[in-house]
Design a protein. Structure first.
Length: 241
């Protein structure tokens, strides 16, 4: 789904990535967030991606990177400034958004593309309820085998590649995290580990706690999207004032 702002543009583009534990969910779940962002003067592209267990990692991030290439390759048609693209996701989508922000072309997550394929780096990340570190999972627990193809003992490289924290470097884009105060599904320590790693490299980050809300409640709350727009504006529209 592509949401266009009125007017000539070009506008910063936002890739909207749904959650659902990498095995369920739909772009339709992101409609409220997409509307808040497009009303603030952005072009929003909201996608579906291949789901586990039929499609194991890194199929999901491959699809997200393909979407960024689509946005840049079709920037004129959809009134997108190809130099100002953000990734915005919740839960599993937040993890994928972070991978888009943290990974470079030589990190092995570009998919099966030509060497001269369009760049997939994004200039800002919005990550809500995002699991960001899998290398600390117990070695022989198979809870993520449906997605990562085995336990951490069996597939250590997949667990590393799926962890945005393992790619944190000084050239990463600014990140706005939001997280439910009472989130029992994704421990707050996971995105905070990424925030800490980025801060050590001097990368701009904000961490917005959604008071009194759990994992689903924080997603349904309207306040984080409004705060996210303020952050997007500060990063992607700073030169427009």
């Amino acid at each position: 789904a592509i949401y266009l702002s009125p007017g000539d543009g070009p506008y910063p583009g936002v890739l909207m990535i749904h959650g659902g534990a990498w095995m369920t969910g739909s772009k339709s779940h992101m409609i409220a967030h997409a509307r808040t962002v497009v009303e603030a003067g952005y072009t929003v592209v909201s996608i579906n991606y291949r789901l586990a267990p039929k499609h194991k990692f890194p199929a999901q991030v491959d699809d997200c990177k393909a979407a960024v290439r689509f946005m840049r390759d079709n920037a004129q048609e959809y009134k997108i400034d190809p130099q100002r693209i953000a990734a915005y996701g919740y839960s599993a989508g937040g993890q994928l958004a972070c991978l888009l922000g943290m990974t470079d072309t030589d990190d092995g997550l570009e998919g099966d593309v030509a060497d001269d394929a369009t760049d997939t780096r994004v200039q800002c990340v919005i990550a809500g309820g995002a699991p960001c570190e899998f290398r600390t999972m117990p070695r022989n627990v198979g809870a993520l085998s449906f997605w990562l193809g085995g336990t951490r003992a069996e597939q250590p490289e997949a667990y590393r590649l799926a962890s945005p924290t393992s790619f944190a470097t000084a050239d990463d884009p600014p990140v706005f995290f939001f997280h439910g105060e009472k989130d029992k599904l994704v421990p707050e320590i996971s995105p905070k580990a990424l925030k800490t790693a980025l801060a050590l490299h001097g990368v701009e980050c904000e961490f917005h706690v959604v008071d009194g809300k759990g994992h689903i409640g924080a997603f349904l709350d309207r306040s984080p999207a409004k705060e996210a727009v303020k952050f997007l504006d500060s990063v992607l529209k700073a030169g427009d004032r």
